[in-house]
Design a protein around this ligand. Sequence first.
Ligand SMILES: *Cc1c(COP(=O)(O)O)cnc(C)c1O
Length: 404
Amino acid sequence: MIHFKQLAQEYKTPLYVYDFDYMAKQYEALKEAFRGRKSILAYAVKSNSNLSVVQHFAKMGSGADCVSIGEVRRAFLAGVPAYRIIFSGVGKSDDEIREAIERDILYINVESEAELGRVELIAQELGRVSRISVRVNPNIDPKTHPYISTGLHDNKFGVDLESAKRIYIKAKNSPHLDPVGIHFHIGSQLTELDPIRESAEIVADMVRSLQAIEIELKFFDIGGGLGVVYNNETTIKPYDYAQAILGTLTGLDMTIICEPGRFLTANAGYFLTKVLYEKKNGSKRFVVVDGAMNDLIRPSLYKAYHKIEAISESKTELSEADVVGPVCESGDFLAKNYLLPTLEHNDLLVVHSAGAYGFGMGSNYNTRGRSAEIAIEGGKARLIRKRETFEDIIALETEFLQKS
Ligand SMILES: *Cc1c(COP(=O)(O)O)cnc(C)c1O
């Protein structure tokens, strides 16, 4: 039971609230599913990159899946050991590759032949050997939203099987590269098991064909993507997920790396926003709130559904309303045609399932400061990020003001 009203009073709105105990429960459930196998859960930092969140998982033994050197630095700061950090992503700058090699992380997930070339060159310059894994694009339709589908040849991610093989051979023959893993990640918010199983089969076969040419990989990296309930979705159970993967690995003794993001954080998070006022344009009802697309962009970007709970004394009948923010875009909404009672100034709305891809996708658009973030652990609340002030927003610009 989280006391949203008290939190909103104490910390003001808009506000992000994360249930750390729920995150721990999700972590343990997934870890348990892979019991008896060597496995590492590498938390996908991009889903919620607050240092206290990353530290929370690190304390449970989690690794970190990072998609920029900034995320790698966050993982180190939060106490994730280098040997559990992975660096993925379709475009890495030379500086990022250099730092990842210097920091001696578990491996770099390579996503193209050209990238392998850069990694090799930089490792050579540093006089080091870089551990790599290759992200394979198995060309499987994950049946999720097109913006979060990544495992089709139409998507920019990974390499096809033919290219992957060439990359492994090149890596094996290079004194500066050590191919240790294979990776796939076909999309996010996956609710069907078949595409995952099919992808794992394709990738496991690839492992076997590499064995035949004496390339022995240690890590079978299954990516993330496990879906969660936002509305009424049927989701995949951790046990079934693990069994489906393990079923493809007969005869292979590999450590499984899983990179969950949303599964750990989405339903641990709540976005709190206050009603400013109601208005009508003709017969269309709008509830104008103090939170906006710059705080939570998922409804605007993906037409994502988030459950909204009104904390109000109002006993009026429900009617449909669009919940909209102050940002100057028609795409600025948290919900459309949502059934809500008549609301008063300062009534509180709790937007559920906001723990993943919420705060992190935020921006300062319209010179709006980012929300504060709160952790709830063992019934106690603590601030884990201050609300951004106007001064924070302009700090990097003020020195350039022309004095006349
Ligand atoms: C985004 C991402 C993840 C996490 O995805 P979720 O859907 O949040 O679990 C894992 N691995 C890679 C490579 C990613 O890009």
